[in-house]
Design a protein around this ligand. Structure first.
Ligand code: GUN
Ligand code: ZN
Length: 431
């Protein structure tokens, strides 16, 4: 049975930084879906003529976008959102790590895992690369909650054997064994995938990073994620712990951790030598503008990343960031780049790409999701302006499709998310 969703539709089947025509904007669009896949996306008149027997869902007045893809977020930090006024290392010590220690309690972890996946879906995020917990049962709870909710989640046990607090440290042997068990249980199961996740170089011994390399070599298709070059004090400490490394990236490179399946969060303070090497590895950077501002980490050098052809996607970095909203994250990327030393003016197509297809590319799933090309998964967000809201007024009077799309980034909050689907299945809906 074919269903056609009728609304304004935007998606970016190509990269709008490379191709100025990459944004597809359909004012009266039709998205035909069958068995969870896109069968056609185009003007409603053409799509309905091609599928005369299809049922039509009339979402006119609203907008359909590909599901958002969040490439950096921490599940055990939902409840500490909103802690402003800190810098990375004191925020970790005072807010993040005490909260993350609570995940030793499995029932606490299960409750928060459900809050977390519900929040992702309610904000239109259909795919995410998620930092799990330092505790294996709590990490399993996240995978189980994601599976029950129906989201595409890459996650894993967060690894540390020094530098945090003792209850968050594992031995390398226990870390390796727990990861193997979680991989066997969850990697490739339905929409789930496993990521190897040392928290950051500051909290990992060489032996732990060696274990990460072994895990990546032993199982096909794992992702790798960690933090890098976020904060100047952090970078100084990493240099002291790994005096043999030329720079922060060199620590991870030494253990074979960097490649096309690697997503490195932040990279705010990065010289050109690092950018050149990231590009040569085809690794991706998760740009987290809300977090970078909230923790005073700095303004992301987006222009230099582009000049070096480093792949970039967006991450909310909950709870160092300010919430789950990927529209807000893209807006912050835009606003902060206006103010950067080397400014870049992002257009709405580029913002949409960063929040959707760029994430799919970073995770190596762009042949499956990230836009509405025929054959792709029907992963989508229906943005529905509330009656008499500012958003509805702006959308009704927008003079161009681009203005309509910008209005979403500037004006639509999570209260505007009407329905969210993954593989055509509804994971959130308040209709
Ligand atoms: N570096 C190490 N751990 C963290 C974390 O939880 N959040 C952020 N933003 N940076 C980190
Ligand atoms: Zn983070």
């Amino acid at each position: 049975m074919t269903e056609i969703l009728r609304a304004a539709i935007f998606h970016t089947p190509a990269n709008p930084f490379a191709n100025p025509k990459a944004l597809i904007a359909l004012d009266d669009g039709g998205l035909a879906i069958e068995a969870g896949r896109v069968v056609q996306c185009g003007d409603f008149a053409a799509v309905s003529a091609a599928h005369p027997g299809a049922s039509v869902r009339d979402w006119r007045g609203g907008v359909i976008l590909p599901g958002f893809i969040d490439t950096h977020i921490h599940y055990p930090q939902v409840r500490i959102l909103g802690g402003l006024g800190h810098s990375l290392l004191d925020w970790l010590e005072e807010l993040a790590l005490p909260e993350e220690a609570r995940f030793a309690d499995l029932s606490y972890a299960i409750t928060v895992a459900n809050e977390f996946v519900n929040a992702l879906a309610a904000h239109g995020t259909t795919t995410a690369l998620v930092f799990g917990s330092h505790f294996a049962p709590a990490t399993a709870a996240l995978f189980s909650a994601a599976e029950a909710k129906g989201l595409r989640i890459f996650s894993g046990l967060v690894l540390a054997d020094r530098g945090l607090r003792p209850e968050l440290h594992q031995t390398c042997e226990a870390a390796y064994r727990d990861c193997q068990e979680l991989i066997a249980r969850f990697h490739g199961k339905g929409r789930l995938g496993y990521a190897v996740i040392p928290r950051f170089a500051l909290s990992a011994s060489e032996q732990m990073l060696e274990a990460c390399g072994a895990l990546l070599r032993e199982t096909n298709g794992l992702r790798f994620t960690t933090h890098i070059n976020e904060n100047s004090l952090e970078i100084e400490e990493v240099a002291k712990l790994f005096p043999w490394a030329d720079d922060y990236l060199g620590v991870y490179e030494r253990f074979g951790l960097i490649g096309p399946a690697s997503v490195l969060a932040h990279n705010v303070i990065a010289d050109n030598a690092v950018l050149k090497r990231l590009a040569s590895h085809a690794a991706s950077v998760a740009h987290c503008p809300c977090s970078n501002a909230a923790l005073g980490s700095g303004v992301f050098p987006l222009k230099r990343h582009h000049e070096h052809s480093v792949r970039i996607a967006l991450g909310t970095d909950v709870g160092g960031g300010t919430g789950f909203g990927m529209l807000k994250e893209a807006l912050q990327a835009c606003l902060q780049q206006r103010l950067a030393v080397d400014p870049v003016t992002l257009n709405p197509g580029q913002m949409l790409y960063l929040a959707t297809r760029a994430g799919a590319e970073a995770l190596g799933i762009d042949s499956k999701t990230g836009d509405f090309e025929t054959g792709k998964a029907a992963d989508l967000v229906y943005v529905r302006p509330r009656p008499a809201s500012v958003l509805s007024a702006v959308l009704a009077h927008a003079e161009s499709p681009e203005h309509k799309l910008s209005a979403l980034f500037t004006t639509a909050g999570s209260d505007s998310i009407g329905e969210v689907r993954v593989d055509g299945e509804t994971v959130f809906g308040d209709n």
